[in-house]
Write a protein of this length. Structure first.
Length: 293
């Protein structure tokens, strides 16, 4: 993240420094104060400018692509298809998907973020701390069971991240910013460990099923993914945590027919049956609004 000083922000916005200070005093510009100095994140300034853009009469802002970006999930992928929504998926990880959503590249983003402490509602916090998400609705999709995928029989007797490090188990990791990778970093942090203490397999696996494949072919001994991925790959599963999996969407896009078709489908018997079949899902709050602007 690039941070501007007051002088740099003034130059970037083509304003005088005095005007920048006036905007800060009026709480009209995104900024943060660290050790007595005002700093201005470039991404927030760009979003602030875009939000205040005036368009000529009759000209509408470009619609975002009909894609749900962010995290991969088997139940989500199935529901988007079976709901008839016409929405595609772009699985590139929670943080990358949220960044693309912030810039208007996708109509929605699926996320399951984790803080290092593991105590916060990280999905909610990510939206609340950025002014560019002021108009974003957070919809509950499901709670998912995450854990370690291991070879059938769990020959290394892995029960925790401490076992992974102590036994030098080859661990398949996810790309930086993926929810499962954030969870791994959180587990390591709370165990007073780091990735350097683990035998990490390269390259990173793009999705949970790729983690499962790495284990099945013997390239890795373990990796973090959902119970549904473990079941589909006939691997053993060591449960770690139930996590919140949400969909972020702009308020102006919430009532678009494709998204409404998808959200309405979450109340169907077919969706409930599929969740039970895959395993490791709690869909009791599916479709509920967790955060409104």
């Amino acid at each position: 993240m690039r941070l501007f000083t007051t002088a740099e922000a003034a130059d970037y916005l083509r304003l005088k420094e005095r005007k920048i200070y006036e905007l800060v005093a009026e709480q009209e510009i995104p900024c943060t104060k660290i050790t007595g100095k005002w700093l201005f994140p470039q991404a927030e300034l760009d979003a602030w400018l875009a939000a205040s853009l005036s368009l000529p009469r009759g000209l509408k802002a470009a619609d975002p692509m009909p894609i749900v970006g962010g995290s991969h999930d088997p139940l989500l992928e199935w529901a988007l298809r079976e709901s008839g929504s016409g929405l595609a998926t772009l699985a590139e990880g929670s943080e990358a998907g949220l960044a693309r959503f912030e810039q208007g590249g996708v109509v929605a983003s699926a996320l399951h973020l984790h803080s290092l402490s593991g105590e916060d509602d990280a999905n909610m916090e990510a939206l609340q701390k950025r002014g560019s998400f002021h108009d974003t609705v957070l919809i509950a999709f499901t709670r998912r069971e995450q854990g370690f995928l291991v070879v059938a029989g769990n020959p290394l007797d892995i029960t925790s991240v401490k076992d992974v490090a102590a036994r030098r188990a080859r661990v398949a990791v996810r790309p930086r910013g993926a929810g499962a990778q954030l969870l791994l970093l959180s587990l390591l942090h709370r165990a007073d460990l780091s990735l350097n203490d683990c035998a990490v397999v390269a390259p990173p696996c793009p999705t949970g099923p790729d983690v499962a494949q790495a284990i099945r072919v013997g390239r890795a001994d373990c990796g973090i993914a959902t119970r549904s991925v473990a079941s589909a790959a006939a691997l053993d599963f060591v449960p770690i945590v139930w996590e919140q999996f949400d969909i972020a969407v702009r308020q102006r896009d919430y009532f678009r027919p494709p998204l409404q078709a998808f959200f309405n489908f979450l109340k169907s018997d077919a969706f409930s049956a599929r969740a039970r079949e895959l395993g490791g899902y709690d869909i009791s709050d599916a479709g509920a609004v967790r955060r409104a602007p």
